[in-house]
Design a protein around this ligand. Structure first.
Ligand code: CUK
Ligand code: CUA
Length: 683
């Protein structure tokens, strides 16, 4: 058994290698292989002057399937996509908004990292405040590994108002307001240095759930790894979301202390299971890594046990315990202690097989599907059976006192899908779709229970589509809500190898669009390959585009994008001026096509300058930039927006500032001069 684990471990780490990897006793026949040189995909075809569809298809070497794929995804100029996919960009630290089915990149929303086009992190006060809100004390964090976006929900359906995204690298959460698609808040988890970036909301978005990952002493202090079992801990953090304020409320949030297993991915209960949260975990072995030549490395140490624990959290109960004051404080943050959670029925475990990954609740909330990276099955748990087992009582406990629900008391079905099942999404016809990492495929399978009114055999594999290559997450349209749409599935593949023109050894990610609207249920062809030049994306959610109600311009001129209200001190047309108080200079400036007012600013070296600037335009898309060379200042001002920058004029010289958006025929003339005189500032 051990040998198998190690072999699969190799397969997992080296998903594509075939010759270098001895096969042992493991079936790796499903391994993805890139097309060989002699069987490489045909080129896209030559440019052709042919005009009829048949002639074009012939000239470009397109099969009938290629032509239908093109017709299903092509979006004529000016026509809008039906869906928008919000995808993480992984350690790119931003969020991608992609139109479906065209797969056109609409925006990369600046989130955890500075982004010049959006004027994010280059002096604009609201953006600096947002980024600095995510600092860890004096450590300025300017990148993230964002994994899981989570759209806000009302009654379990996406409502198009907010988007949350978790940063695995630094245990942070960002809040994006979908009125202007701007990041409004970043919160740093005060008790942990790292998490999984897993982010899931409860059905009415009262809570944003952050799953932990690698255990550490909570609070961030030091403890030797020899004390792992006693001093290291995991956490699941529940961030309270204040929808009216559009912000996470740190004071009302709390974490649940859990054993130092590595919590992984969570999902919230829905409908009947609302109020419960499910998180898979790995490393119930309590592996601590290879410290010397005789040690066991994490890769095999974490893969010893046949079962890890699905964490089952009674969130309603946890809320009661927190309200009753049964918490401790770590770094000023409410923490529900493990022994309290375990003793009071807020936390249960259920064994889950073989290197589990993913926990996905079915649309009706009846079942929880867990993948197993080293398993061939998706394991399905029944929420009702879990409740029955809890009610029956008499449960054994793990070493930390957490009651364990026996596997066979909670399990509803195991569905054999193939190698390396990870994540599962759903459609509107009672089917589930699971990514198979080792198989490089998407598996479609039938749910059971009330989902099966069509006479199809329940809990059965229906079909598989190979993807290129080694898929991580997948997303179907609204596929993790109470009412999935079906239609489209995006496979978010970890490797692309030969699928695109070579751009050097760092290869684009490959998002593949699969068509779920085929007449035969056993067909779901790939109809588009979209190279993603930023990485590495993990999860994505796909929302019906008409649920998004983004603004075309800010509602009033002089808009403060942080407070989402008019700034009473905003410069407006006619109120532009320069005020001086000793060495403090305040400039009230406006921008309109094609000039700034004032356009000549004189200060003394050493002056402390506050510059407030309003784009007084009310025309859709009439954005102006404001860039000051050398001072590292760069703003983007959408119509109506007011921004503030503060800087010390510490270098004398002449600094022409200019508009960075080609806003009009006289855009080049949209310029001004910042003159920093070498006369020392008044004190
Ligand atoms: S995880 Cu990346 S493939 Cu963070 Cu959702 Cu599974
Ligand atoms: Cu404003 Cu160019």
């Amino acid at each position: 058994m051990k040998r198998q684990i190690i072999m699969l471990g190799i397969a997992l780490a080296m998903p594509i290698t075939t010759s270098a990897c001895s096969r042992g006793d493991v079936d790796t026949s499903g391994e993805a292989k890139p097309a060989q040189e002699d069987q490489a995909a045909p080129s896209g075809g030559e440019a052709t002057s042919a005009q009829s569809p048949d002639e074009i298809a012939k000239a470009r070497n397109l099969s009938p399937a290629d032509v239908s794929a093109a017709l299903k995804t092509y979006m004529p100029s000016g026509r809008h996509d039906e869906y928008v996919q919000f995808a993480s960009s992984g350690h790119g630290g931003q969020v991608l908004a992609i139109g479906l089915p065209s797969m056109r990149l609409l925006k990369m929303i600046a989130t955890f990292s500075p982004e010049p086009w959006q004027g994010y992190g280059y002096g604009a006060k609201s953006t600096m405040d947002t980024l600095n809100g995510g600092n860890a004390g004096d450590k300025e964090l300017r990148w993230a590994d964002d994994h899981h976006p989570a759209l806000s929900e009302t009654a379990g359906d996406y409502d198009g108002q907010f988007l949350f995204i978790g940063d695995k690298a630094n245990a942070r959460v960002a809040v994006i307001d979908l009125r202007d698609f701007e990041t409004k808040q970043i919160v740093k988890n005060p008790i942990s240095n790292i998490d999984h970036g897993g982010m899931f909301v409860t059905p009415d978005t009262e809570w944003v759930v952050e799953g932990g990952q690698y255990a550490m002493p909570l609070g961030g202090g030091y403890a030797p790894m020899e004390d792992y079992k006693e001093k290291y801990r995991g956490h699941i953090t529940f961030w309270k979301f204040d929808r009216a304020a559009g912000r996470i409320d740190m004071a009302k949030s709390f974490a649940m202390e859990v054993p130092p297993y590595w919590q992984d991915l969570c999902d919230s209960g829905k409908k009947g299971s609302t109020g419960w949260v499910f998180c898979n975990s790995i490393n119930t072995e309590l592996a601590t890594g290879k410290a010397d030549k005789d040690g066991v490395n994490f890769e095999s140490g974490v893969s010893q046990n046949d079962m890890d624990f699905l964490h089952v959290v009674n969130l309603k109960k946890a809320e009661e315990l927190v309200a009753a004051g049964k918490t401790t404080e770590i770094n000023g943050f409410n923490v529900l202690p493990l022994d309290t959670a375990a003793a009071e029925g807020a936390l249960y475990f259920i064994p889950e097989p073989k290197s589990p990954h993913g926990a996905d609740v079915t649309p009706g909330g009846e079942y929880i599907v867990v993948g197993g990276k080293l398993d061939q099955n998706a394991t399905v748990y029944s929420f009702q059976k879990i409740q029955d087992a809890i009610a029956a009582g008499g449960l054994d406990k793990d070493d930390y006192g957490v009651p364990i629900i026996p596997f066979d008391k909670a399990m509803e079905a195991q569905v054999q899908l193939g190698l390396g099942p990870l994540h599962t999404q759903f459609d509107d016809k009672g089917f589930a779709y699971t990514s198979l990492f080792l198989d490089s495929a998407v598996a479609k399978w039938s749910l059971g229970g009330d989902y099966r009114k069509d006479g199809l055999e329940p809990w059965k594999l229906v079909t598989k589509t190979p993807v290129q290559y080694n898929i991580g997450h997948l997303a179907t349209a609204e596929g993790d809500t109470v009412s999935p749409d079906g239609h489209y599935l995006v496979a978010m593949n970890k490797w692309a190898i030969d699928r695109f023109q070579n751009v050097g050894p760092l290869v684009p990610q490959n998002f593949q669009l699969l068509d779920l609207d085929q007449p035969e249920p056993d067909k779901m062809p790939v109809i588009y390959d979209a190279p993603i030049g930023v990485g590495e994306p993990h999860y994505a959610q796909i929302i019906k585009a008409d649920k998004l109600k983004g603004w075309e311009k800010y509602p009033e001129i002089g808009w403060d994008t942080d407070k989402m209200a008019k700034d009473p001190d905003a410069p407006l047309t006619g109120t532009e001026r320069v005020e001086r108080d000793g060495n403090k200079v305040t400039i009230y400036m406006t921008a309109i096509r094609s000039h700034f007012t004032p356009e000549r600013i004189e200060v003394n070296v050493g002056d402390e300058v506050t510059l407030k600037i309003t784009n007084v335009e009310q025309t859709y898309d009439a954005t102006h930039g404001f860039a000051v060379p050398i001072y590292n200042l760069n703003l983007s001002l959408e119509p109506g927006e007011t921004q503030t920058v503060e800087f010390t004029a510490d270098r004398a010289g002449v600094y022409p500032f200019y508009c960075t958006e080609f806003c009009s025929a006289l855009h080049l003339e949209m310029v001004g001069y910042l003159l920093v005189k070498d006369t020392p500032a008044a004190q």
